[in-house]
Ligand binder design. Structure first.
Ligand SMILES: [Mn+2]
Length: 380
């Protein structure tokens, strides 16, 4: 059996102020385009089964435009597949805190061949494929510890679908990681995972498909990693990652301003940007470390305005010297460290992205508020 596995599409995600020719937020349009590319690619491979492992929508109440377009695409897809099975489980982003609020995914269950799981852990039987799918949406994750998870011997193929973060997958500590031993077991023909936005093989039969675009709050950590979906063969237990072209995201090499003149700093900013072929229209961060206030005021405003015009989003991340790390002996070691270390703000973004919030609390504003508190008013 061949399975097309898509995850973390985040329809309705919006970022930055740029809109396209139709007045739609450019990132919202990018995310929709990535979804269409994934669906078209999957359709061409004629999979027996398609699964979407959570966060199809970015929010509990996605914008109407995203909802309508998604409905249209999925209806077209399913008519071309003649109603072949498509199973969608809910992720943390589209799951309301209160179960009574329902879930927007329920709407999609009216499309031919589509089955949706957004509440409890549920076993779905697909007799036509001789397959049984144990589906664990975001809300079912809390039950994993108390339950015995095992394949249904009445079926030839047994799949496990899960939206959640397994222990050891993330570079940061999780409040309640999911016990890997409980999930990643050889007896499952395929374990389709969602929630982690980077394509990751946990085991030959257990894979995070990753997101289809750059939609997490830590896109700088993801820069350079491919986005796409997975085509998995249960007979051979092999897979092929199908890459999707996305908007370019660049986290430029940080500039150490400690020993630079204003002219050298401006020239470094300019040459780092010009070294990137796909700078125009890209999402770009340039960090400048060890920047003293007197040098900060001499940054070429016109240059920065021009870079901001050319890029979809240009983020000049200016960081003052860290207290206690200014001596020349520690200088080199420190600047190397600076490139890889996560800032407190990055850690907050990662944490807040997965923290359960009340349905009517807007996650993006919640995260932004935290960032403002952490960075203080001096942030650029
Ligand atoms: Mn997600």
């Amino acid at each position: 059996m061949r399975v097309a596995h898509i995850s973390d599409v985040h329809l309705g995600y919006r970022a930055y102020s740029r809109t396209n020719e139709l007045g739609v937020n450019q990132r919202e349009a990018d995310v929709m385009r990535a979804f269409r590319t994934a669906l078209r690619g999957a359709l061409q491979t004629e999979p027996d089964l398609m699964v979407i492992t959570g966060d199809l929508f970015h929010a509990v109440r996605p914008p109407n435009s995203s909802l309508i377009t998604a409905y249209k695409y999925l209806t077209e897809l399913q008519s071309q597949r003649r109603g072949a099975p498509l199973v969608i489980i809910a992720g943390n982003h589209e799951t309301p805190r209160i179960a009574e609020s329902g879930c927007i995914l329920a709407l999609l269950s009216h499309i031919s061949g589509v089955q949706v799981v957004y509440d409890q852990m549920t076993q779905l039987e697909l007799p036509a494929l001789d397959a049984c799918l144990l589906c664990i949406p975001s809300r079912g994750v809390g039950d994993i510890a108390q339950r015995i998870l095992e394949p249904n011997p009445k079926f030839r193929w047994n799949l496990l679908l899960l939206h959640g973060l397994l222990e050891g997958v993330t570079p940061f500590a999780l409040e309640r990681p999911i016990d890997k031993q409980k999930i990643v077991r050889d007896e499952w023909d395929y374990i389709a995972l969602g929630d982690w936005h980077l394509y990751t093989q946990v085991a030959p039969n257990a894979l995070y498909a990753g997101a289809t675009e750059f939609t997490s709050t830590n896109i700088w950590e993801e820069a350079g990693s491919p986005k796409g979906w997975i085509l998995y063969d249960t007979t051979t237990r092999t897979h092929a990652f199908q890459e999707i072209p996305t908007r370019a995201v660049h986290d430029l090499l940080p500039i150490d301003a400690a020993d630079l003149t204003a002219a050298e700093l401006n020239s470094a900013i300019e040459s780092r940007a010009n070294a990137i072929e796909t700078f125009d229209g890209a999402i770009v961060r340039q960090r400048v470390n060890n920047l003293l206030p007197e040098l900060r005021s001499q940054i070429d405003g016109e240059l920065i305005r021009e870079l901001k015009m050319r890029a979809l989003h240009y983020h000049l991340d200016l960081r003052p010297p860290r207290v206690g790390f200014r001596s020349h002996q520690s200088h080199h070691r420190d600047s190397g460290d600076e490139e890889t270390r996560m800032t407190l703000v990055d850690e907050w973004r990662l944490f807040a992205q997965h923290y359960p919030l009340p349905a009517d609390l807007d996650r993006e504003s919640f995260i932004a508020l935290g960032v403002r508190y952490l960075e203080g008013d001096e942030a650029p």
